[in-house]
Design a binder for this molecule. Structure first.
Ligand SMILES: [Ca+2]
Ligand SMILES: [Ca+2]
Ligand SMILES: [Ca+2]
Length: 449
Protein backbone atom coordinates (compact mmCIF):
# COMPACT_ATOMS: atom_id res chain seq x y z
CA UNK A 1 0.00 0.00 0.00
CA UNK A 2 1.27 3.40 -0.87
CA UNK A 3 -0.29 6.42 0.71
CA UNK A 4 0.75 9.74 -0.65
CA UNK A 5 0.17 12.74 1.51
CA UNK A 6 0.10 15.88 -0.55
CA UNK A 7 -0.51 18.45 2.19
CA UNK A 8 -0.32 18.94 5.88
CA UNK A 9 -1.62 15.81 7.54
CA UNK A 10 -2.78 15.56 11.13
CA UNK A 11 -3.55 12.36 12.97
CA UNK A 12 -5.53 13.64 15.90
CA UNK A 13 -6.94 10.36 17.06
CA UNK A 14 -7.56 6.88 15.70
CA UNK A 15 -4.93 4.67 14.22
CA UNK A 16 -2.98 4.24 11.05
CA UNK A 17 -2.14 0.58 10.65
CA UNK A 18 0.75 -0.09 8.35
CA UNK A 19 0.79 -3.70 7.25
CA UNK A 20 3.03 -5.53 4.82
CA UNK A 21 5.00 -3.30 2.53
CA UNK A 22 3.28 -0.12 3.57
CA UNK A 23 4.80 3.07 2.37
CA UNK A 24 3.72 6.51 3.37
CA UNK A 25 5.24 9.10 1.11
CA UNK A 26 5.07 12.64 2.25
CA UNK A 27 5.51 14.58 -0.94
CA UNK A 28 6.54 18.16 -1.44
CA UNK A 29 5.81 20.38 1.48
CA UNK A 30 3.98 17.74 3.49
CA UNK A 31 4.05 17.82 7.23
CA UNK A 32 2.97 14.74 9.17
CA UNK A 33 1.72 15.59 12.63
CA UNK A 34 0.90 12.74 14.92
CA UNK A 35 -1.10 14.78 17.37
CA UNK A 36 -2.64 12.12 19.52
CA UNK A 37 -3.32 8.99 17.54
CA UNK A 38 -1.41 5.79 17.14
CA UNK A 39 0.63 4.62 14.22
CA UNK A 40 1.08 0.88 14.53
CA UNK A 41 3.31 -1.04 12.27
CA UNK A 42 2.45 -4.72 11.81
CA UNK A 43 4.36 -5.21 8.55
CA UNK A 44 7.59 -3.66 7.46
CA UNK A 45 6.86 -0.18 6.32
CA UNK A 46 8.46 3.12 5.68
CA UNK A 47 7.59 6.70 6.24
CA UNK A 48 9.41 8.59 3.59
CA UNK A 49 9.65 12.23 2.70
CA UNK A 50 10.30 13.18 -0.89
CA UNK A 51 10.64 16.43 -2.74
CA UNK A 52 12.71 19.37 -1.87
CA UNK A 53 11.86 21.44 1.08
CA UNK A 54 15.03 22.71 2.63
CA UNK A 55 14.91 23.08 6.39
CA UNK A 56 11.37 21.72 6.48
CA UNK A 57 9.96 19.95 9.47
CA UNK A 58 8.27 16.90 8.13
CA UNK A 59 7.39 14.59 11.00
CA UNK A 60 6.18 15.68 14.42
CA UNK A 61 5.18 13.12 17.00
CA UNK A 62 3.04 13.96 19.98
CA UNK A 63 1.27 10.59 19.96
CA UNK A 64 2.51 7.03 19.79
CA UNK A 65 4.48 5.43 17.00
CA UNK A 66 5.06 1.78 17.71
CA UNK A 67 6.35 -1.41 16.21
CA UNK A 68 4.94 -4.44 17.97
CA UNK A 69 5.56 -7.42 15.68
CA UNK A 70 8.74 -9.50 15.46
CA UNK A 71 10.73 -9.15 12.23
CA UNK A 72 8.88 -6.00 11.32
CA UNK A 73 10.88 -2.92 10.55
CA UNK A 74 9.42 0.55 10.58
CA UNK A 75 11.75 2.96 8.91
CA UNK A 76 11.32 6.68 9.06
CA UNK A 77 13.58 8.11 6.45
CA UNK A 78 14.54 11.67 6.95
CA UNK A 79 16.19 13.38 4.00
CA UNK A 80 18.89 15.89 4.53
CA UNK A 81 17.38 19.27 5.25
CA UNK A 82 14.30 17.79 6.93
CA UNK A 83 13.57 17.60 10.63
CA UNK A 84 11.91 15.01 12.81
CA UNK A 85 10.56 16.35 16.05
CA UNK A 86 9.50 14.10 18.94
CA UNK A 87 7.77 16.33 21.46
CA UNK A 88 7.71 15.61 25.22
CA UNK A 89 4.37 13.79 24.87
CA UNK A 90 5.51 11.79 21.84
CA UNK A 91 6.45 8.15 22.31
CA UNK A 92 8.46 5.99 19.96
CA UNK A 93 8.15 2.41 21.10
CA UNK A 94 9.80 -0.71 19.73
CA UNK A 95 7.96 -3.52 21.50
CA UNK A 96 9.20 -6.06 18.97
CA UNK A 97 10.84 -5.81 15.57
CA UNK A 98 12.78 -2.67 14.80
CA UNK A 99 12.27 1.03 14.71
CA UNK A 100 14.77 2.72 12.44
CA UNK A 101 15.33 6.38 11.96
CA UNK A 102 17.34 6.67 8.77
CA UNK A 103 18.38 10.13 9.50
CA UNK A 104 19.93 12.45 6.98
CA UNK A 105 18.38 15.51 8.54
CA UNK A 106 17.95 16.32 12.17
CA UNK A 107 16.09 14.53 14.90
CA UNK A 108 15.10 16.46 17.97
CA UNK A 109 13.91 14.26 20.78
CA UNK A 110 12.26 15.45 23.98
CA UNK A 111 10.04 12.42 24.58
CA UNK A 112 10.56 8.86 25.66
CA UNK A 113 11.84 6.06 23.47
CA UNK A 114 11.37 2.52 24.67
CA UNK A 115 13.00 -0.60 23.36
CA UNK A 116 11.61 -3.86 24.73
CA UNK A 117 13.54 -7.15 24.90
CA UNK A 118 14.54 -8.45 21.46
CA UNK A 119 13.36 -5.29 19.77
CA UNK A 120 15.76 -2.94 18.04
CA UNK A 121 16.04 0.75 17.90
CA UNK A 122 18.49 2.29 15.52
CA UNK A 123 19.33 5.79 14.59
CA UNK A 124 21.35 5.62 11.41
CA UNK A 125 23.56 8.44 10.31
CA UNK A 126 23.06 11.59 12.34
CA UNK A 127 22.62 11.74 16.03
CA UNK A 128 19.63 13.63 17.46
CA UNK A 129 20.21 17.34 17.22
CA UNK A 130 19.82 17.75 20.95
CA UNK A 131 22.98 15.75 21.08
CA UNK A 132 25.46 18.54 21.04
CA UNK A 133 28.65 17.35 19.43
CA UNK A 134 30.68 20.19 20.84
CA UNK A 135 29.32 19.89 24.33
CA UNK A 136 28.97 16.17 23.79
CA UNK A 137 25.75 15.73 25.65
CA UNK A 138 22.26 14.49 25.04
CA UNK A 139 20.14 17.10 26.72
CA UNK A 140 16.59 15.88 27.12
CA UNK A 141 14.16 13.05 26.56
CA UNK A 142 14.39 9.58 27.92
CA UNK A 143 15.54 6.35 26.46
CA UNK A 144 14.77 3.02 28.03
CA UNK A 145 16.43 -0.03 26.59
CA UNK A 146 15.34 -3.45 27.79
CA UNK A 147 17.81 -6.05 26.59
CA UNK A 148 18.74 -8.26 24.95
CA UNK A 149 17.57 -5.88 22.28
CA UNK A 150 19.81 -3.74 20.25
CA UNK A 151 20.36 -0.11 20.78
CA UNK A 152 22.59 1.57 18.33
CA UNK A 153 23.72 5.13 18.24
CA UNK A 154 26.31 5.81 15.57
CA UNK A 155 28.28 8.15 17.74
CA UNK A 156 31.11 10.12 16.33
CA UNK A 157 34.43 9.66 18.05
CA UNK A 158 33.46 11.79 20.99
CA UNK A 159 32.63 11.15 24.56
CA UNK A 160 29.02 10.90 25.54
CA UNK A 161 27.58 12.54 28.59
CA UNK A 162 24.06 12.12 29.70
CA UNK A 163 21.50 14.67 30.81
CA UNK A 164 18.57 12.36 30.18
CA UNK A 165 17.50 9.08 31.69
CA UNK A 166 19.04 6.02 30.16
CA UNK A 167 18.00 2.63 31.43
CA UNK A 168 19.95 -0.33 30.17
CA UNK A 169 18.81 -3.78 31.09
CA UNK A 170 20.61 -6.98 30.36
CA UNK A 171 22.76 -7.45 27.30
CA UNK A 172 22.43 -4.60 24.92
CA UNK A 173 23.85 -6.02 21.73
CA UNK A 174 27.06 -4.75 20.30
CA UNK A 175 26.44 -2.17 17.66
CA UNK A 176 28.57 -2.43 14.57
CA UNK A 177 26.99 0.26 12.44
CA UNK A 178 28.84 3.53 12.54
CA UNK A 179 31.98 1.87 13.85
CA UNK A 180 31.02 2.03 17.52
CA UNK A 181 31.86 -1.31 19.07
CA UNK A 182 29.96 -0.58 22.24
CA UNK A 183 27.31 2.12 22.42
CA UNK A 184 28.07 3.03 26.02
CA UNK A 185 31.80 2.66 26.00
CA UNK A 186 32.34 6.39 25.78
CA UNK A 187 29.86 7.47 28.39
CA UNK A 188 31.99 9.69 30.56
CA UNK A 189 29.61 11.68 32.70
CA UNK A 190 26.13 11.64 34.17
CA UNK A 191 25.09 15.25 34.44
CA UNK A 192 22.97 16.86 37.16
CA UNK A 193 19.75 15.84 35.37
CA UNK A 194 21.02 12.45 34.21
CA UNK A 195 19.98 9.05 35.45
CA UNK A 196 21.79 5.97 34.22
CA UNK A 197 20.73 2.50 35.25
CA UNK A 198 22.89 -0.45 34.35
CA UNK A 199 20.92 -3.59 35.04
CA UNK A 200 22.38 -7.08 34.81
CA UNK A 201 25.11 -6.10 32.36
CA UNK A 202 28.75 -5.04 32.40
CA UNK A 203 30.05 -1.79 31.07
CA UNK A 204 33.67 -0.78 30.79
CA UNK A 205 34.19 2.93 30.27
CA UNK A 206 36.91 4.34 28.08
CA UNK A 207 38.45 6.50 30.81
CA UNK A 208 37.60 8.57 33.86
CA UNK A 209 33.95 8.82 34.85
CA UNK A 210 31.99 11.44 36.73
CA UNK A 211 28.60 11.13 38.38
CA UNK A 212 26.70 14.36 39.08
CA UNK A 213 23.30 12.82 39.68
CA UNK A 214 22.14 9.20 39.72
CA UNK A 215 24.07 6.09 38.78
CA UNK A 216 22.50 2.74 39.54
CA UNK A 217 24.33 -0.55 39.14
CA UNK A 218 21.81 -3.26 39.87
CA UNK A 219 21.27 -7.02 39.61
CA UNK A 220 24.88 -8.02 39.09
CA UNK A 221 25.77 -5.09 36.83
CA UNK A 222 29.41 -3.97 36.87
CA UNK A 223 30.85 -0.67 35.74
CA UNK A 224 34.61 -0.78 35.26
CA UNK A 225 36.41 2.53 35.07
CA UNK A 226 40.07 2.37 33.97
CA UNK A 227 40.95 5.54 35.87
CA UNK A 228 39.23 7.78 38.34
CA UNK A 229 35.57 7.60 39.28
CA UNK A 230 34.38 10.81 40.86
CA UNK A 231 31.01 11.64 42.36
CA UNK A 232 30.34 15.35 42.77
CA UNK A 233 26.70 15.06 43.92
CA UNK A 234 23.71 12.76 43.77
CA UNK A 235 23.84 9.07 44.40
CA UNK A 236 25.48 5.86 43.36
CA UNK A 237 23.15 3.00 44.17
CA UNK A 238 24.73 -0.45 44.22
CA UNK A 239 21.87 -2.88 44.51
CA UNK A 240 23.75 -6.15 43.99
CA UNK A 241 25.97 -4.19 41.63
CA UNK A 242 29.68 -3.42 41.49
CA UNK A 243 31.70 -0.33 40.78
CA UNK A 244 35.35 -0.88 39.94
CA UNK A 245 37.86 1.92 39.35
CA UNK A 246 41.50 2.67 40.10
CA UNK A 247 40.45 5.45 42.46
CA UNK A 248 36.97 6.37 43.65
CA UNK A 249 36.50 9.89 45.00
CA UNK A 250 33.25 10.84 46.69
CA UNK A 251 33.09 14.63 46.91
CA UNK A 252 29.45 14.69 47.96
CA UNK A 253 26.19 12.76 47.70
CA UNK A 254 25.57 9.17 48.72
CA UNK A 255 26.76 5.67 48.05
CA UNK A 256 23.90 3.35 48.91
CA UNK A 257 22.76 -0.22 48.63
CA UNK A 258 24.11 -3.75 48.94
CA UNK A 259 26.99 -3.81 46.55
CA UNK A 260 30.72 -3.82 46.09
CA UNK A 261 33.23 -1.10 45.41
CA UNK A 262 36.60 -2.16 44.09
CA UNK A 263 39.43 0.37 44.12
CA UNK A 264 40.84 2.79 46.66
CA UNK A 265 38.04 4.95 47.99
CA UNK A 266 38.55 8.53 49.15
CA UNK A 267 35.31 9.63 50.73
CA UNK A 268 35.77 13.37 51.16
CA UNK A 269 32.25 14.48 52.09
CA UNK A 270 29.91 11.75 50.95
CA UNK A 271 27.51 9.59 52.91
CA UNK A 272 27.72 5.80 52.93
CA UNK A 273 24.34 4.12 53.46
CA UNK A 274 24.72 0.32 53.48
CA UNK A 275 21.50 -1.21 52.17
CA UNK A 276 20.02 2.26 51.60
CA UNK A 277 18.45 4.74 53.99
CA UNK A 278 16.26 3.05 56.60
CA UNK A 279 16.99 -0.39 55.12
CA UNK A 280 19.51 -2.80 56.66
CA UNK A 281 22.21 -4.13 54.37
CA UNK A 282 25.89 -4.67 53.71
CA UNK A 283 28.30 -2.89 51.40
CA UNK A 284 31.78 -4.11 50.62
CA UNK A 285 34.90 -2.14 49.85
CA UNK A 286 37.42 -4.52 48.32
CA UNK A 287 40.47 -2.32 48.92
CA UNK A 288 41.28 0.70 51.09
CA UNK A 289 38.80 3.23 52.38
CA UNK A 290 39.41 6.76 53.67
CA UNK A 291 36.57 8.38 55.65
CA UNK A 292 37.35 12.09 55.42
CA UNK A 293 36.70 14.83 57.91
CA UNK A 294 33.33 15.69 56.32
CA UNK A 295 32.35 12.11 55.40
CA UNK A 296 29.41 10.33 57.03
CA UNK A 297 28.66 6.68 57.62
CA UNK A 298 24.99 6.10 58.32
CA UNK A 299 24.19 2.89 60.19
CA UNK A 300 20.62 1.62 60.56
CA UNK A 301 20.01 -0.64 63.55
CA UNK A 302 16.82 -2.69 63.52
CA UNK A 303 17.99 -5.83 65.35
CA UNK A 304 20.99 -7.90 66.39
CA UNK A 305 21.63 -9.80 63.15
CA UNK A 306 24.21 -8.22 60.85
CA UNK A 307 23.07 -7.35 57.31
CA UNK A 308 19.48 -8.55 57.62
CA UNK A 309 18.73 -6.43 60.71
CA UNK A 310 21.53 -3.88 60.96
CA UNK A 311 23.86 -2.23 58.49
CA UNK A 312 27.41 -3.43 58.01
CA UNK A 313 30.24 -1.92 56.03
CA UNK A 314 33.16 -4.21 55.19
CA UNK A 315 36.56 -2.84 54.18
CA UNK A 316 38.99 -5.54 53.06
CA UNK A 317 42.02 -3.24 53.22
CA UNK A 318 42.96 -0.31 55.44
CA UNK A 319 40.26 1.93 56.86
CA UNK A 320 41.37 5.48 57.70
CA UNK A 321 38.70 6.96 59.94
CA UNK A 322 37.64 10.53 60.71
CA UNK A 323 34.36 12.35 60.08
CA UNK A 324 30.97 11.19 61.31
CA UNK A 325 29.20 8.02 62.28
CA UNK A 326 25.41 8.33 62.51
CA UNK A 327 23.36 5.69 64.30
CA UNK A 328 19.67 5.38 63.54
CA UNK A 329 17.14 2.98 65.01
CA UNK A 330 14.73 1.44 62.50
CA UNK A 331 11.81 -0.99 62.57
CA UNK A 332 10.84 0.22 66.08
CA UNK A 333 13.79 -1.69 67.50
CA UNK A 334 14.55 -0.96 71.16
CA UNK A 335 18.06 -2.17 71.96
CA UNK A 336 18.95 -3.11 75.53
CA UNK A 337 22.02 -2.22 77.58
CA UNK A 338 24.79 -4.68 76.65
CA UNK A 339 23.60 -5.30 73.06
CA UNK A 340 26.49 -5.14 70.59
CA UNK A 341 26.65 -4.49 66.87
CA UNK A 342 29.77 -4.95 64.72
CA UNK A 343 29.01 -2.32 62.09
CA UNK A 344 32.36 -1.78 60.38
CA UNK A 345 34.99 -4.41 59.62
CA UNK A 346 38.47 -3.81 58.16
CA UNK A 347 41.87 -5.37 57.50
CA UNK A 348 43.60 -2.60 59.45
CA UNK A 349 42.63 0.79 60.81
CA UNK A 350 43.98 4.24 61.58
CA UNK A 351 42.08 7.10 63.22
CA UNK A 352 38.64 7.19 64.81
CA UNK A 353 35.29 8.78 64.02
CA UNK A 354 35.43 12.40 65.07
CA UNK A 355 31.69 12.61 65.73
CA UNK A 356 29.19 9.91 66.64
CA UNK A 357 25.52 10.83 66.68
CA UNK A 358 23.31 8.52 68.72
CA UNK A 359 19.58 7.93 68.59
CA UNK A 360 17.68 10.08 71.07
CA UNK A 361 17.44 8.42 74.48
CA UNK A 362 20.31 5.98 73.89
CA UNK A 363 23.98 5.94 74.63
CA UNK A 364 26.44 3.72 72.76
CA UNK A 365 30.10 3.02 73.43
CA UNK A 366 32.18 2.78 70.26
CA UNK A 367 34.82 0.02 70.58
CA UNK A 368 37.70 0.17 68.11
CA UNK A 369 38.81 -3.48 67.90
CA UNK A 370 41.64 -5.00 65.84
CA UNK A 371 39.41 -5.73 62.85
CA UNK A 372 36.13 -4.02 63.54
CA UNK A 373 34.23 -1.20 65.13
CA UNK A 374 31.65 -2.59 67.53
CA UNK A 375 28.90 -0.52 69.11
CA UNK A 376 27.69 -1.38 72.57
CA UNK A 377 24.53 0.01 74.14
CA UNK A 378 25.51 1.56 77.48
CA UNK A 379 22.38 3.53 78.27
CA UNK A 380 18.67 3.61 77.50
CA UNK A 381 16.24 6.33 78.53
CA UNK A 382 19.15 8.74 78.52
CA UNK A 383 17.93 12.33 78.90
CA UNK A 384 18.48 14.66 75.99
CA UNK A 385 19.43 17.99 77.56
CA UNK A 386 17.14 20.77 76.38
CA UNK A 387 14.40 18.38 75.16
CA UNK A 388 11.83 19.09 77.93
CA UNK A 389 8.85 17.48 76.23
CA UNK A 390 10.76 14.31 75.30
CA UNK A 391 9.94 14.35 71.58
CA UNK A 392 13.61 14.08 70.52
CA UNK A 393 13.93 17.62 69.23
CA UNK A 394 14.88 20.92 70.80
CA UNK A 395 12.45 23.46 69.46
CA UNK A 396 10.21 26.37 70.46
CA UNK A 397 7.93 24.09 72.53
CA UNK A 398 10.96 23.29 74.66
CA UNK A 399 11.96 26.96 74.74
CA UNK A 400 8.62 27.93 76.33
CA UNK A 401 9.46 25.61 79.22
CA UNK A 402 12.94 27.16 79.62
CA UNK A 403 11.54 30.71 79.43
CA UNK A 404 9.01 29.95 82.22
CA UNK A 405 11.92 28.98 84.49
CA UNK A 406 14.14 31.99 83.76
CA UNK A 407 14.75 33.69 87.13
CA UNK A 408 18.21 35.24 86.74
CA UNK A 409 21.74 34.58 88.03
CA UNK A 410 22.05 33.18 91.53
CA UNK A 411 18.29 32.58 92.00
CA UNK A 412 17.96 28.98 93.14
CA UNK A 413 14.16 28.80 93.55
CA UNK A 414 11.91 28.24 90.53
CA UNK A 415 9.36 30.90 89.56
CA UNK A 416 5.80 29.78 90.29
CA UNK A 417 4.97 28.85 86.63
CA UNK A 418 7.98 26.49 86.61
CA UNK A 419 7.99 23.09 88.32
CA UNK A 420 11.12 21.93 90.22
CA UNK A 421 11.90 19.21 87.62
CA UNK A 422 11.74 21.73 84.77
CA UNK A 423 13.91 24.14 86.78
CA UNK A 424 16.57 21.47 87.26
CA UNK A 425 16.39 20.52 83.57
CA UNK A 426 16.56 24.16 82.43
CA UNK A 427 19.76 24.69 84.44
CA UNK A 428 21.79 23.42 81.51
CA UNK A 429 25.14 24.60 82.87
CA UNK A 430 24.35 23.00 86.28
CA UNK A 431 25.13 26.02 88.47
CA UNK A 432 21.77 25.85 90.29
CA UNK A 433 20.16 28.84 88.57
CA UNK A 434 18.36 29.46 85.28
CA UNK A 435 19.82 32.56 83.69
CA UNK A 436 20.92 33.91 80.31
CA UNK A 437 23.90 31.58 80.15
CA UNK A 438 21.45 28.64 80.31
CA UNK A 439 19.43 30.27 77.51
CA UNK A 440 22.64 30.60 75.45
CA UNK A 441 23.34 26.93 76.09
CA UNK A 442 19.79 26.09 75.03
CA UNK A 443 20.11 28.10 71.80
CA UNK A 444 23.32 26.25 70.97
CA UNK A 445 21.45 22.97 71.29
CA UNK A 446 18.42 24.13 69.28
CA UNK A 447 17.56 21.60 66.55
CA UNK A 448 14.17 22.86 65.42
CA UNK A 449 11.11 20.64 65.24
CA1 LIG B 1 20.91 1.17 55.72
CA1 LIG C 1 11.40 18.71 72.31
CA1 LIG D 1 22.35 27.77 85.20
Amino acid sequence: MRLTMPGVEHLNSGEILLSRGGLVVAAGSTLVNVEGGVITCTGSATFSATGLMPNGLWFTNRGLVKVATPDVVLTITNPSGRHIQNDPTGIFRAAAGALVINNGGTLHNDGPWTVEPDARFLILQNFPDNYDENERRWTSGRLTVHGPGEFCLPLPNTMLTLGAKLHCISEVAVCTQGGMPDPFKDLERIEETGHFILDDMDMPTAGDFQNDNVLELVNGATMTVPGRFRQTAGRTNLDQGKLAADVIEIDSGEVTGDGEVEGDVLNHAGQIEPGGAGVPGRCRFAQGYTHGQAARLSIDIGGLTPESEHDVMDVAGDAALDGSLELLLIDEFEPQVGDTFAVLTFGARSGEFERVSMPCGYEFAVHYNANDVTLEVTGVGVPYPGDFDGDCDIDLDDYRRVAACLAGPGVEDPPKECGPDDFAAADLDADRDVDLSDVDDFINRFTGP
